[in-house]
Design a protein around this ligand. Structure first.
Ligand code: DGJ
Length: 732
């Protein structure tokens, strides 16, 4: 990897073994983009890629009438001068004007990567990455803009972020401060977004890019299950294995916009950042605003190649602490077993059976605190309910630990029920516009985490519970979207900061917990997967993927999630049947065969399954213990999409290519079907792989395919509903 500055031609070239990213200081002093794609060799001058033309209705940047931003590709375009595409920023100055001219002033090239203060971001050591920080100055007002770029040694990835620094005298209002733009020179792409709703999160939606704008967004205060802050553009012929694709992943957990703007001169602009509709940030003299990071990846090896880059980068350079690259404990969570109706004794019975099955961690879900016997009361009162936990969390954790299980519990720190002591004491701590009645969501209000005193209070309450007990895991839930966002902590001029400050408050609380309890494994959750984003992975290495635990639906949800997020982050459990969301009864082996492509655990009372099923559970846990490193950190390939056929196939391959596991799932019986073969991927073509006592070379398995027959795939068939199997391959 390297970052080269060609002083004579005023061009930057960032490259590693796979990609090149080339920029130029344009004739008007602003940064322009010349190329982003597969690696090309460096040279002094790529200025032939600048467009110099005069066209009717295309204004030029005086005094050079042959140069217009509209015809060229921009790094960080504003609105109001000669660029008319979706703009990256909008400033309002003291005189009411909105135009800036951010001219190149200086740059710095460093090894490694700087931290983004208060924000999640990828990190890298000095030999893993290089960074470029370009300072641009609006001379008239003194507003400075810093564009930061990191290129990683091992991944075809550029991470971008932005800082505004007000070095002028007067206050400047930032009405928009997106994090990244990429201008591509043609529009022959398809757009992929990951859309859904509660219980059907992150289904891929693909459409052709046509002239005009496509965008997805969240204005719910969280990244949301409706649209995910991860998008892809790909060539029309790109599939899972071949072709070009570019991904943009937002390392942020609040309101966002991701857009593709195809203009009438053939340029395609991709933009991503904090949603401007809910953002207004005054910058007084000396103030700094940092926009969160966007991770941009390039692949010429199809969508699997793109996903694998995100998986590896996020596992190695986003997730931190003890749980980075650590196989995740196999847990049993009591939610679907008891909901809020439990006693210490009933919990101990469930835990004891989980231990007998081989589980490693017991998680006590919602209902242990305050007056929390249903979802109308108690949120905010983080004190154990003595009727349920007579000796508090301490005694329960000791009893569970004595069984040989680790212990963790559920919290929802950002929320308050109107029926709670906290709300009665501090009604002004919940978001509400004075004089208006705020909306409820699951009978609860959202606490104003933009205020430090609220974050501190919740920290102190929960700190006591965590510190007293022996806690290995916390599930941090968040069960409603934000509405009525108004803070009583600031005056009218700062209300436009509250959405973003709320997210910063969430990050602050996470940071305080992580600092105080560095060994705890955090799992984020938001009614399942409503806040599944790269921002939270920085704090919580895994996320509960969906409240829909139906095995068949989980195939779809986990398949969609895998495009942008590693298998190690996908919270996946085997739950009871009939499924509480779908009423469907999918066999226990199917449910487990799906959940093992995730963090793996159970969410049911194992006392209530048959002896035969209990034996299967024991085997599943033993199998997962042996193979979880491969499942969670191996190279993951999507092979056959459940969105296209009734069959799904995916697989993982170990780094040394000696081991692999293929998962096959048939959702719906295909009567009188043909005998199938499944072409595998990622193997070493020269290796001889054993499936039981049969052996096949890697090239056979990848070119001819794995034959679906009893010897290879057992009783798997696509002639029945909900059949599945895992095929283990080993090269000796
Ligand atoms: C929503 C979560 O997604 C569930 O797993 C469970 O924790 C409930 N909240 C508890 O209220």
């Amino acid at each position: 990897m390297n970052i080269i500055w060609h002083d004579k031609t005023q061009q930057f070239h960032l490259y590693n073994d796979e990609i090149s990213y080339i920029m130029v200081v344009q004739p008007n002093g602003e940064m322009g983009q010349l190329y982003f794609g597969g690696k090309i060799r460096d040279k002094e001058d790529f200025s032939y890629l600048l467009v110099r033309q005069m066209k009717s209705q295309v204004p030029a940047d005086a005094p050079d009438e042959t140069f217009s931003m509209e015809l060229n590709r921009q790094e960080y375009p504003g609105f109001g001068s000669t660029d008319f595409g979706i703009n990256a920023y909008e400033t309002v100055y003291a005189d009411g004007s909105r135009i800036s001219n951010f001219r190149y002033s200086s740059h710095e090239i460093i090894y490694g990567k700087r931290k983004l203060e208060g924000l999640p971001a990828t990190y890298a050591s000095d030999d893993e990455a290089m960074s470029l920080i370009i300072t641009l100055v609006d001379e008239l007002t003194g507003l400075n803009l810093e564009l930061s770029y990191t290129i990683f040694r091992d991944y075809p990835v550029i991470a971008k972020s932005v800082r505004f620094i007000n070095k002028g005298e007067a206050t400047v209002i930032l009405n928009r401060a997106l994090s990244a733009c990429i201008d591509l020179p043609d529009q022959n792409y398809e757009w992929m977004q990951f859309s859904g709703a509660w219980a059907r999160e992150r289904f891929p939606v693909t459409r052709k890019i046509e002239r005009g704008m496509i965008s997805v967004e969240s204005k719910r205060g969280i990244s949301s299950s409706n649209q995910n802050p991860f998008v892809i553009v790909k060539r029309p012929n790109t599939d899972e294995f071949i072709g070009e694709a570019i991904g943009m992943s937002f390392v942020y957990s609040g309101n966002f916009i991701a857009a593709a703007d195809a203009d009438c001169y053939g340029k395609l602009r991709l933009a991503m950042g904090i949603h401007p509709d809910t953002f207004r940030w005054p910058l007084d003299s000396g103030d700094v605003f940092t926009a969160p990071e966007v991770v941009i990846a390039y692949s010429n090896d199809g969508l699997n190649g793109l996903s694998q880059s995100y998986h590896a980068l996020y596992n190695n350079n986003l997730v931190r602490g003890k749980w980075k690259k650590t196989p995740r404990p196999i847990l049993l969570n009591n939610w679907e077993a008891t909901f809020m109706d439990f006693t210490q004794d009933s919990i101990l019975k469930i835990a004891s059976k989980a231990k007998e099955a081989g589980a490693e961690l017991f998680v006590l879900d919602d209902g242990w605190f305050g007056a929390r016997n249903d979802d109308y009361a108690g949120l905010g009162d983080w004190v154990e309910n003595p009727a349920k936990l007579p000796g508090g969390m301490k005694e329960l954790s000791e009893k569970i630990n004595a069984m040989g299980l680790k212990f963790g519990f559920w919290i929802e720190p950002e929320m308050v029920n109107p029926d709670s002591d906290l709300y009665r004491a501090h009604p002004d701590w919940a978001f509400a516009v004075p004089g208006r009645i705020p909306a409820l969501g699951r009978h609860q209000y959202v606490l104003d985490f933009s205020r430090d005193e609220v974050v501190d209070y919740i920290f102190d309450m929960l700190y006591r519970v965590i510190k007293d007990a022996n806690i290995s895991y916390i599930k941090w839930d968040m069960n409603r979207t934000l509405t009525d966002v108004y803070s009583n902590g600031v005056g009218p001029k700062l209300q436009g900061c509250v959405y973003h400050k709320y997210v910063l408050g969430v990050y602050k609380l996470y940071s305080r917990f992580i600092e105080a309890f560095p060994n705890i494994l955090f799992e984020s959750c938001s009614s399942g997967g409503s806040r599944f984003d790269a921002g939270l992975l920085y704090y919580a290495p895994q996320a509960w993927c969906s409240d829909n635990t139906d095995g068949a639906d989980r195939v779809l949800i986990q398949y969609g999630t895998s495009y942008g997020y590693p298998i190690s982050s996908i919270g996946a459990h085997v739950s009871a049947i009939p499924n509480q969301q779908t009423d469907r009864s999918v066999p226990i082996d199917f449910r487990a065969n799906v959940a093992c492509f995730g963090t793996f655990g159970y969410e049911l009372d194992l006392n209530h399954i048959s002896d035969e099923e209990f034996e299967m559970v024991k085997e599943q846990i033993a199998f997962m213990k042996e193979n979880r490193e491969l499942f969670q950190y191996g190279r993951f390939y999507r092979l056959i999409s459940p969105f296209e056929t009734d069959v799904n196939a995916w697989m993982v391959v170990s780094d040394d290519k000696k081991k692999a596991i293929v998962g096959l799932y048939s959702m719906r019986a295909n009567v009188n079907s043909i005998n199938g073969r499944i072409r595998l991927a990622g193997l070493d073509e020269n290796n001889l792989y054993y499936i039981g006592s049969n052996a096949f070379y890697g090239d056979e398995l990848m070119k001819v395919g794995l034959t679906v027959n009893p010897e290879n795939t057992g009783d798997f068939t696509i002639e029945q509903d909900y059949k599945s199997c895992l095929v283990s391959l080993e090269s000796k």
